[in-house]
Design a protein around this ligand. Structure first.
Ligand SMILES: [Zn+2]
Length: 477
């Protein structure tokens, strides 16, 4: 069994003006791929994996067309060189948007299908925030998506996809995929699987699996993509068309029936209200999520709104992690640790962002051979601020430790985040989410909507829905 492995994994807000360039991606190619932690799960399989190339970026704006063309050409070249193979496994996210293209994964996967011909099995794994089009399911044979948000089942999902693939290769069965669109788009922040009704809907998925129904998935989709394919949907892999259709329509109907029950998990509201609650809190650390500028959801990560509000209020003992501003980081490196300097912070990538002009003292410089990886910690009166040269989140404890910071020891921690990460969530006492501005604004009904399918909630009113399965053109079972 020779299985080609690779893909491209990112999530793109079509509202972001910041186009992704090749250097925004972490790329593993050839032998680097199986050696990377993301693909560690492959070791458990008795198969001969042929690593191609995998490119992965923090969520952000659309890919520049040249960025996409570069990675696609490399993938197809390596696939060509890897032949003969018995199957292809694609590790995707599913919400990639390429400047001027409406279905980027559809284009990528169709190109793979064209390269390998009609008989070869193609398996995919996706993030549940991907937008799955009919063009995509018409090219593939096997699909699996995360069932948790925050995503704590990444390796399990990738394993599930490859398990189905090796099973089909071993016994010669030809699985197929069914998709059932549901015209309802939600932000991830209102569909965390830690909270109802998503917790229950996802817990029910495995109960619909059987000998004929190999895998059942519910795709929340990606709401900040104004593109025709944007939709929630059920996706089912099986060997029996009728059974897979039944399971998919059931998942779709259950999701539709729960449509009015999705809520934000933490206490959520406008920034000023959340800061009032934080100021009165007698417990700590208060963790405040700056949700409109969360880089892991596609936000730019360079906005200074919350920092400006904290400075205006004279906040003491607050930690803001972080703001992306390469120019400010370079100024701090030029000034040196201990120096005090005037800084203009924020709004360097998205001109619509908020800029803060202030005086800061450089506390820590974290150098790197790559200037894009540099970070610095500065003090602005009672506020400690992390500045990063590149777009990135501060969602893991190690992100703080490496800078000599303890996120549990401050009274207020501000992170650019939606629902908190699995490492930060247990620290928060309380957890607050501010509905801030940015390219992933949570005020969904007011997002500009030109291209999404007619009758999609909450952009248009809709009272009735009947699930209707669309069977992959390849599904013969
Ligand atoms: Zn996701």
């Amino acid at each position: 069994m020779r299985i080609a492995v690779g893909g491209i994994h990112t999530e793109c807000s079509t509202y972001s003006p910041v186009l992704m360039q090749p250097e925004d991606f972490r790329v593993v190619r050839g032998d680097e791929l199986p050696a990377s932690p993301h693909f560690d799960f492959l070791k458990a399989f008795d198969a001969d994996f042929v690593p191609l190339v995998h490119a992965r970026a923090v969520a952000g704006g659309p890919l520049a067309r040249s960025t996409y063309d570069l990675f696609k050409a490399e993938f197809l070249d390596r696939l060509d060189a890897a032949q003969p193979v018995d199957a292809v496994y694609l590790a995707m996210h599913g919400a990639m948007h390429v400047d001027g293209m409406w279905d980027a994964e559809g284009d990528w996967i169709a190109a793979v299908r064209e390269a390998v011909g009609p008989d070869m099995l193609i398996a995919c794994s996706y993030d549940l925030h991907g937008n799955v089009s009919q063009k995509i399911v018409d090219q593939i044979d096997i699909f699996a998506a995360y069932r948790t948000a925050p995503h704590i089942d990444i390796a399990e999902t990738m394993t599930a996809s490859v398990e189905m693939l090796t099973r089909a290769l071993k016994d010669g069965t030809r699985p197929g995929v069914v998709r059932v669109p549901v015209p309802h788009l939600l932000p991830g922040e209102r569909s965390s699987t830690e909270d109802e009704p998503a917790r229950r809907l996802y817990a029910d998925l495995p109960k619909l699996e059987s000998d004929d129904v190999w895998r059942t998935d519910l795709m929340i989709g990606y709401v900040w993509a104004d593109e025709p394919r944007a939709t929630a949907c059920a996706v089912v892999t099986g060997t029996d068309k009728k059974a897979a259709t039944r399971a998919g329509e059931r998942i779709a109907q259950d999701f539709w029936d729960a449509r009015d029950d999705f809520r934000f998990g933490p206490t959520t509201g406008p920034l000023d209200e959340m800061l009032d609650i934080a100021a009165k809190a007698t417990t700590g650390p208060v963790i405040l999520a700056d949700s409109g500028d969360n880089p892991t959801g596609g936000g730019v990560g360079d906005r200074g709104d919350v920092l400006a509000a904290l400075i205006a209020a004279g906040w003491q003992d607050a930690l803001v992690a972080g703001i992306t501003d390469r120019a400010a980081v370079e100024q701090c490196f030029a000034a040196g640790e201990g120096a005090t300097l005037a800084l203009k912070i924020g709004g360097t990538l998205d001109p619509a962002g908020v800029t803060v002009e202030t005086t800061a003292r450089v506390v820590t410089l974290l150098d790197d051979t790559d200037p894009a990886e540099r970070q610095t910690v500065v003090r602005i009166d009672g506020i400690t601020l992390v500045l990063a040269a590149r777009r990135r989140p501060y969602h893991n404890i190690s992100d703080f430790e490496i800078l000599g910071l303890d996120p549990a020891a401050v009274s207020l921690l501000v992170v650019k985040s939606g629902y908190l990460s699995p490492e930060l969530a247990p620290l928060a006492d309380p957890s607050l989410m501010a509905l801030t501005d940015g390219v992933i604004n949570q005020d969904i009904p007011r997002l500009p909507n030109r291209l999404r399918a007619k009758g999609t909630l909450p952009f248009e009113d809709r009272a009735h829905y009947t699930p209707k399965a669309e069977v992959s053109a390849r599904f013969t079972g």
